[in-house]
Design a protein. Structure first.
Length: 312
């Protein structure tokens, strides 16, 4: 949901039409005509923290450029790249810039605008890169505990990272609609491929003895272990609050909530709509009935979390 201005300057709530793979999202033509808007002037830039993980063999400039070229071939060329002042990134930026400078006469005017703008944060200031540092923390925090002393080949490690990337890009962000019968939500994957991510069903090996598993089955065990940790703690992250003395928000009927469920397979988040609230002797609600695709369940507030909306 976005706010758009009509010819008189009044703001109206509108749902944008996402164009998968682009950074500009345009309001539909019917809405433009209804509000008296010029279509080309109605756009909104949306920032979504989606992850793309690439495994490199070393920290050299050449290894980073190879990873960058793989990223561009699959995701498209970025206009701007933000990074810290690591020699790997600075060296790659200088090499690309020197190519355009030395070959400016041989490159057509159209191609000369296809470069990448590298922007670095101030030296010794990692907090300036909070957007990507938070994503790095989401991966490293659990990955360090999942891998432990496991020894993987390059191919196995690459497979494990890509599957972890899929788990992180499947996390629910906000409801797609206010329809009580709609259990779908917006995820980072919608901005990458236009729909949510799914995985091929695999046997549950989370509790299996790793010494009795084949090499490829061990990768599945690592993925399932990562999923159990991340999905269990994601609700806790959404529920984090600063110091407070009184409750300011209450769970609303019909709200789309994320339900904590350790039995869910990877990339399948249990979502539901609140249908009933149970009030305690002190007139405070701590238990809710939630309608899911499998039926109505009853959960305490510590096991559910409403997804944020444009009004929250």
């Amino acid at each position: 949901m976005v706010k758009v201005a009509d010819a008189d300057g009044n703001l109206h709530p509108a749902r944008i039409l996402l164009d998968s793979g682009s950074t500009s999202h345009f309001v539909t033509q019917d809405l433009c005509e209804k509000l008296g808007l010029v279509r080309r002037n109605v756009s909104s830039t949306v920032t979504v923290k989606a992850l793309h993980l690439e495994l490199v063999s070393d920290l050299s400039k050449e290894a980073f450029l190879a990873a960058l070229f793989r990223f561009i071939s699959r995701r498209g060329k970025p206009q701007t790249i933000y990074s810290d002042n690591g020699t790997t990134f600075v060296g790659a930026s200088n090499e690309i810039a020197s190519f355009f400078n030395s070959c400016s006469d041989d490159i057509s005017t159209e191609m000369s605008t296809h470069g990448i703008d590298f922007k670095t944060i101030p030296p010794y200031s990692p907090h300036f890169g909070g957007l990507w540092e938070a994503a790095v923390k989401s991966v490293k925090h659990h990955l360090r505990r999942v891998l432990s002393l496991t020894h993987l080949t390059y191919e196995e490690m690459c497979t494990c990272l890509v599957q972890i990337e899929g788990i992180l890009n499947s996390r629910p962000l906000t409801p797609l609609s206010s329809d009580p019968s709609d259990f779908t939500c917006l995820t980072p994957a919608h901005f990458l491929i236009g729909r949510t991510l799914l995985s091929v069903p695999r046997p549950d090996v989370a509790d299996a003895n790793i010494n009795r598993l084949q090499r490829y089955e061990r990768i599945e065990k690592l993925k399932q272990h990562f999923w159990l940790r991340f999905s269990s703690e994601y609700i806790s992250l959404l529920q984090q609050k600063s110091k407070w003395r009184t409750s300011s928000d209450s769970l609303q009927l019909g709200a789309l909530v994320l339900v904590r469920d350790r039995s869910q397979p990877p990339l399948l988040w249990q979502l539901g709509r609140v249908t009933k609230l149970h009030t305690g002797p002190d007139n405070i609600c701590r238990v809710a009935e939630v309608k899911t695709k499998k039926g109505v369940i009853q959960r305490a507030y510590n096991n559910i979390c409403p997804l944020p909306t444009s009004s929250s």
